[in-house]
Design a protein around this ligand. Structure first.
Ligand SMILES: [Zn+2]
Ligand SMILES: [Zn+2]
Length: 494
């Protein structure tokens, strides 16, 4: 099990304001957390700070707190059914280790916190440069509490920052093949970016280009989440694909390709042939630090929107809208838009990227019903397929720029949504940052696993897709029937 912590940016700003003192002394406070879990990862999601009041702690010499403060924290945590975080600061830089005093204090707190809240104590230390370190104190045997260091602590908001425990995930060693990339933003940023776990949901015309771009940026862990099969009609838009790949899963196909292109042996491509609404797909997404949304269906977009807020994982969404004009017998218009959704940024629903009604329709299976589709208007998104490789390149480029802007934030500038208007050649960026006032996703911030069960469902199309797919791995035997299916499929797609 890997452990992480995520803090919302405004909460982080308040923590820094309280803990980094002008007089250089150490300080402390408590906070509350919720839990988010995947199969391999536990995330502590910080929800709020409980600052000390006058007389609650003594900052001279070794900072300490009194029992009145701790009792108040316990009471609030119980009321809100949350875990307790004990936080203190060090006048040093980077990921902090612990002094004997630190260990003794947290060892003393761990059983009391567990007894009252039922949850492990989360201990955190802040360095003067804003770097964090964190550990959970898990009960392993009666009266025995084991300290388990987190792998990283993330701060998510208008920008994104991360502190790693270098002992657990040392920065990769970059050879000469990355010289140009590293010379653009330096070793420190490259070490931060490359250790991010990045997911792509939908490995189509845009997702496939983003996948290769991430590989060549040096990302160590890339998750390809897609249950769909390569079809003949995809060939004009899928990067690096030919007829040989028809009938195979897109995730599997690109995993094979990226493995051939790998620049470092330490780079890992994770193949996830599942929908994001299936348990395995959702768990893979929750393993990621940042997710690219490259699907145009409402249901997965809704699930990704929930993940962006409940688990505070930034989702970089993109979409293309193009149309043909019968009157002029030419392209009518084409626009592609990208933006990042997470706490303190506008959500996908408020951006108008999907409608809740369409989510319900897709969940009910209606969007697969041929009779229903026939009855829809010609410009309904299901009936529209206008897209070309060059537009996908444009969008993939814009989405990668969102990613780099988020993690590099050069000159402290963060930018919001961007929309390319192909007709005029302009890039519009006049979009609101915040959600609408009644948005339910703002209330979902950091709730973690409270929402998980409601997001998982059976996905028949995904199940059929996996059952009918061809596999490169011979152990998943390609049957005669499947080869037949592939040929029939390519005929129909034509
Ligand atoms: Zn300390
Ligand atoms: Zn919203």
């Amino acid at each position: 099990m890997i452990y992480n912590v995520t803090i919302k940016q405004t909460v982080n700003t308040n923590l820094l304001k309280h803990l980094i003192r002008e007089d250089g002394q150490e300080d402390l406070c408590f906070a509350l957390y919720n839990i988010g879990t995947s199969k391999t990862k536990t995330i502590g999601l910080i929800t709020e700070i409980i600052l000390p009041e006058k007389g609650d702690r003594n900052v001279h010499g070794n900072v300490s707190f009194n029992h009145v403060y701790f009792d108040r924290v316990i009471k609030i945590a119980l009321q809100k059914k949350k875990g307790i975080v004990f936080i203190h600061s060090h006048p040093c830089l980077g990921w902090q280790s612990m002094s004997m005093d630190d260990i003794n204090t947290e060892k003393m707190l761990a059983p009391r916190v567990k007894a009252v809240t039922g949850k492990s104590l989360l201990g955190m230390t802040l360095g003067t440069d804003g770097s964090w370190s964190a550990r959970f104190w898990n009960k392993t045997k009666p009266k025995t509490y084991e300290r388990i260091w987190c792998q990283s602590v993330k701060v998510v908001g208008k920008s994104f920052s991360i502190t790693y425990d270098d002992r657990q995930t040392p920065p990769p060693i970059f050879d000469k093949q990355f010289i140009r990339t590293i010379s653009a933003w330096g070793n420190k940023k490259q070490a931060d970016i490359s250790r991010l776990k990045v997911g792509i949901v939908g490995i189509g015309s845009v997702g496939s280009q983003i996948a290769e771009s991430l590989l060549r940026t040096g990302i160590q862990d890339i998750y390809l989440i897609d249950f769909d099969i390569v079809k003949l009609k995809n060939l004009d838009r899928l990067h690096g694909i030919n007829k040989e790949n028809i009938g195979y899963l897109k995730s599997d196909t690109y995993s094979k390709k990226l493995n051939e292109y790998k620049l470092l042996p330490s780079q890992k491509i994770h193949t996830i042939p599942y929908s994001i609404v299936e348990e395995a797909g959702l768990n893979a997404a929750l393993d990621c630090d940042i997710i690219f949304c490259c699907v145009d269906r409402p249901w997965p977009r809704f699930v990704l929107n929930c993940i962006a807020y409940a688990y505070m994982i930034p989702v970089i969404d993109g979409g293309i809208d193009a149309s043909f004009s019968k009157k002029s017998n030419n392209l009518e218009q084409a626009r592609w838009r990208t933006y990042t959704s997470n706490p303190e940024r506008r959500c996908m629903k408020c951006m108008g990227q999907y409608s809740p009604e369409d989510v319900s329709l897709e969940q009910s299976g209606m969007l697969e019903d041929q009779n229903y589709i026939k009855g829809l208007s010609k410009d309904h998104f299901l009936n529209r397929g206008e897209n070309v490789y060059a537009f996908s390149m444009g969008l993939a480029g814009l989405q990668m720029q969102q990613f780099l802007s988020l993690v590099l934030t050069p000159k402290g500038v963060y930018y919001g949504a961007k929309e390319m208007d192909f007709t005029t050649g302009n890039i519009d960026s006049d979009f609101k940052f915040n959600c609408q006032s009644n948005c339910e996703f703002s209330a979902m911030i950091a709730i973690g696993d409270d929402i998980k069960g409601s997001l998982i469902a059976n996905h028949q199309v995904a199940q059929e897709s996996r059952a009918n797919a061809l596999y490169y791995d011979n152990t998943k035997k390609t049957t005669l029937l499947k080869s037949l299916f592939r040929n029939v499929l390519s005929l129909f797609s034509a």
